[in-house]
Write a protein that binds this ligand. Structure first.
Ligand SMILES: NC(=O)c1ccc[n+]([C@@H]2O[C@H](COP(=O)([O-])OP(=O)(O)OC[C@H]3O[C@@H](n4cnc5c(N)ncnc54)[C@H](O)[C@@H]3O)[C@@H](O)[C@H]2O)c1
Ligand SMILES: O=C(O)C[C@H](O)C(=O)O
Ligand SMILES: [Mg+2]
Length: 543
């Protein structure tokens, strides 16, 4: 460090000279980053370094002029390819596998497709997003749910190049300077996870970063966010997954998760650091176990531009689906508060949906306290211990507003802890919604019971992810409950052939249809926070 005025002046002038030299080496290349060719990009790299930088690499599509100006001549095969030719060459490989996946989805083939796409992501981001956007319906299930679940489960073995940032419990006190290690001056969108509840797959520790990467891919592909301005983040506070704790190849901290104030202090430090460097960033919390999801949302929602996708994004998509179901049942929208809804799962997702649905119903009923009470009585909530009533001991505070009154359910012939089949039989709901992470929970008996629904078109939303964790498949639902049902699943399933040219439609109810728009809307509007009203408006507009 300089310690006298003379040394400080010398250091300052050296810095000046270095800055000028760097500026002189910066090359302004027209038509560089965009295919349309009207936005110049400044790049402070030359030669092989450009080919190794996925933000700027264009591979064989570098024109001869660019090759000369960037010292690339001789570093690439001589034939200049158009971006279209490049994509055609790449697709030949991918489409062969795609056919196999279409003929019979299998984990190894889906993973092989993910590897090919991921390698392109690491080489040439511009081309990667062009490919992704061109076939988003086909490739979203590869870079996102369900294949991303498999990727997270195998992340330590699949890891080749880092993507995003890792903050660990070991980095306490360092995060404020660490954020400046990220190469991008501007970041618009961060998706952060602590890996504690990845889809329905449980605690995957550091391997959960895959989910943040997959979500941000959709921000770029669906919302048009600049790929240089997105940042996937993993906060590694340990893992309680015994298999990972014992695996010598596991890439995260091999210690039990931090709890209590220690845990919160890590997340606080991270939030302060990222909002100091990028005051306008939006932070999406993803796949935090429920006990932290609610607490952190309450802690930050009025201070920072942030939201929790599992609590709020899921709620928005579910409300859009529920309002769509009212319409599909041929009822007036104002009938929504009359719907009887059974929800299996009272975690971050289930409670998020319940809160938002209650709010929407109460608003339709006039937004009074009585309206809230009356709306609450439309829900029957079941968790791992059965029907939640006021008699439940150790009830989580977030579930309390939805606990059924004992007298009331006694009249229905139900009691605390009643099982799902019993509840469905007695309630005869219009909607059965699953966010339990339990594959097959909507068993034959449960679906048989749904045949007693008082609705002409009962709705079944099996929203848990990934595919194996879905509460039932569309085939099961259509074949057991009947052809008139309205069906949605969290992970993608194909439609069901009902014979005689009729199709049972499988809709997808996944927060992917909401979060890119929420992020983009927040960014464009310059809103200081992400309010419930914004999510509500998005849900009602989406239906
Ligand atoms: N489709 C979507 O957009 C979307 C969004 C968020 C979460 N999810 C999925 O929802 C699932 C749950 O997520 P979460 O964060 O709420 O998890 P969580 O672990 O916090 O909650 C799961 C809930 O299900 C309950 N449960 C467990 N076994 C049950 C059973 N046999 N019967 C009834 N309830 C049972 C638990 O008691 C708990 O209340 C996951 O699979 C996740 O992938 C889907
Ligand atoms: O990631 C998804 O596919 C949806 C949701 O956020 C989940 O946690 O399951
Ligand atoms: Mg999630």
């Amino acid at each position: 460090m300089p310690n006298s005025h003379g040394q400080i002046r010398a250091a300052a002038s050296l810095l000046q000279r270095m800055r000028r030299r760097v500026a002189a080496r910066a090359v302004s290349v027209r038509n560089f980053t965009t295919s349309e060719g009207h936005r110049p990009a400044i790049i402070h790299k030359r030669s092989i370094d450009i080919l190794h930088d996925p933000w700027f690499n264009k591979g064989t599509a570098f024109s001869m002029t660019e090759r000369d100006r960037l010292d690339l001549r001789g570093l690439l095969p001589p034939n200049v390819m158009s971006p279209q030719q490049q994509i055609a060459r790449f697709m030949a490989d991918l489409e062969r596998l795609e056919e196999q996946v279409r003929d019979g989805p299998s984990d190894p083939n889906a993973l092989a497709m993910w590897r090919i796409l991921n390698r392109l992501h690491d080489r040439n981001e511009t081309m990667y997003y062009k490919v992704l956007i061109s076939k988003i319906a086909e490739y979203a299930p590869i870079v996102y749910t369900p294949t991303v679940g498999l990727v997270c489960q195998n992340y330590s073995g699949l890891f080749r190049r880092p993507r995003g940032m890792f903050f660990s419990a070991e980095d306490r006190g360092e995060m404020m300077s660490m954020v400046y290690n990220w190469p991008s001056e501007q970041v618009d969108m961060i998706v952060v996870t602590d890996g504690s509840r990845i889809l329905g797959l449980g605690d995957l520790g550091i391997q959960g970063i895959g989910i943040a990467i997959g979500k941000l891919d959709l921000y770029v592909a669906a919302a048009g966010i600049n790929p240089q301005r997105v940042l996937p983040v993993m906060i590694d506070v340990g893992t309680n997954n015994e298999k990972l704790l014992k695996n010598p190849l596991y890439l995260g901290l091999q210690q039990k998760r931090l709890e209590g104030d220690e845990y919160i202090s890590v997340i606080d430090e991270f939030m302060e650091a990222v909002f100091t460097r990028w005051p306008n960033v939006i932070v999406q919390f993803e796949d935090f176990q429920s006990k932290w999801a609610f607490k952190l949302l309450q802690r930050y929602r009025n201070t920072y531009r942030m939201f929790n996708d599992d609590v709020q994004g899921t709620a928005g998509v579910a409300i859009a689906g529920l309002l769509g179901a009212v319409r599909a049942q041929g009822r007036a929208m104002i009938d929504f508060p009359k719907m009887k809804i059974v929800v299996a799962g009272a975690g971050s997702a289930g409670i998020g949906v319940l809160n938002a649905a209650r709010k929407t119903m109460a608003r339709m009923l006039g937004d009074t306290e009585t309206a809230f009470d009356s709306a609450s009585s439309q829900f029957w909530v079941i968790d791992a211990n059965g029907l939640i009533t006021e008699e439940r001991s150790n009830i989580v505070p977030e579930a309390r507003p939805f606990a059924r009154k004992v007298k009331e359910i006694n009249r229905q012939g139900l009691k605390e802890g009643a099982g799902l089949v019993e509840v469905v039989r007695e309630v005869k709901p219009d909607v059965l919604l699953g966010l339990s992470a339990v594959g097959g929970l909507f068993s034959k008996e449960v679906l048989e019971a749904m045949k007693g629904s008082t609705s002409t078109r009962p709705a079944i939303f099996a929203m848990s992810n990934p595919t194996k964790n879905a509460e039932c498949t569309p085939e099961e639902a259509f074949s057991i409950v009947g052809e008139n049902i309205i069906f949605a699943s969290g992970s993608p399933f194909g439609n069901v052939d009902l014979g005689n040219g009729r199709i049972g439609h499988c809709n997808q109810g996944n927060n992917m249809y909401l979060f890119p728009g929420i992020g983009l809307g927040t960014l464009l509007s310059g809103s200081r926070i992400v309010s419930d009203g914004m999510l509500q408006a998005a849900a009602e507009w989406a239906r």
